[in-house]
Design a protein around this ligand. Structure first.
Ligand code: SF4
Ligand code: SF4
Length: 168
């Protein structure tokens, strides 16, 4: 029997950090419709089993037409190796994430967490950092999140998980 408690604890920690940043900065760049990060992923998203179980709940709530659209994008993504990657789940018309409540951890931290070795990921936010506008922000620690995610087990590519649906 799976317990996804560690994942939900991690979500709660991330929510606390995100809310603290938003409370200090009502004008924070991240928001619905700002989808540049979903359009320029470094690679196909990778999910742990717990994240995939949660994401599947979001997929289950989608219409057949939405799922058909995603299926086509998954096929295209599996066949090509161009980078950056546009997330196959993104609603490219509205710029919204259709599985927002069920999205992976990386999507929850992006824009609010920094990784010591690699710096900040989002170019839009990096520009503000470079301009000295965000010197007082207490960023989340991405290295710690990676460690907690690693403890949840192996992560697999979203395309592999998608095509393996129903085979587990
Ligand atoms: S991380 Fe950057 S691109 Fe993504 S929502 Fe935030 S500001 Fe927009
Ligand atoms: S799952 Fe949602 S938030 Fe994450 S990259 Fe895809 S569209 Fe963006």
């Amino acid at each position: 029997m799976h317990t996804d408690k560690p994942l939900f604890q991690l979500h709660a920690e991330i929510d606390t950090r995100v809310q603290a940043i938003r409370a200090e900065r009502a004008d924070w760049l991240c928001g619905k419709g700002c989808d540049s990060c979903c359009r320029r992923l470094a690679d196909v998203p990778r999910l742990t089993a717990a994240e995939w179980r949660l994401l599947q709940q979001g997929l289950a709530a989608m219409t057949a037409s939405q799922l058909d659209d995603i299926a086509q994008k998954m096929v295209a993504l599996a066949a090509e190796h161009g980078r950056p990657v546009v997330c196959p789940l993104l609603d490219q018309t509205t710029g919204a994430c259709p599985v927002y409540a069920h999205r992976p951890v990386a999507c929850r931290t992006y824009g609010f967490y920094a990784q010591r070795a690699l710096g900040l990921y989002c170019g839009d936010i990096e520009a503000q950092v470079a301009g000295g506008e965000l010197t007082d922000v207490v960023w989340g620690n991405h290295d710690a999140v990676d460690q907690q995610l690693g403890a949840l087990g192996e992560a697999r590519a979203l395309t592999d998980l998608w095509f393996g649906r129903g085979k587990d």
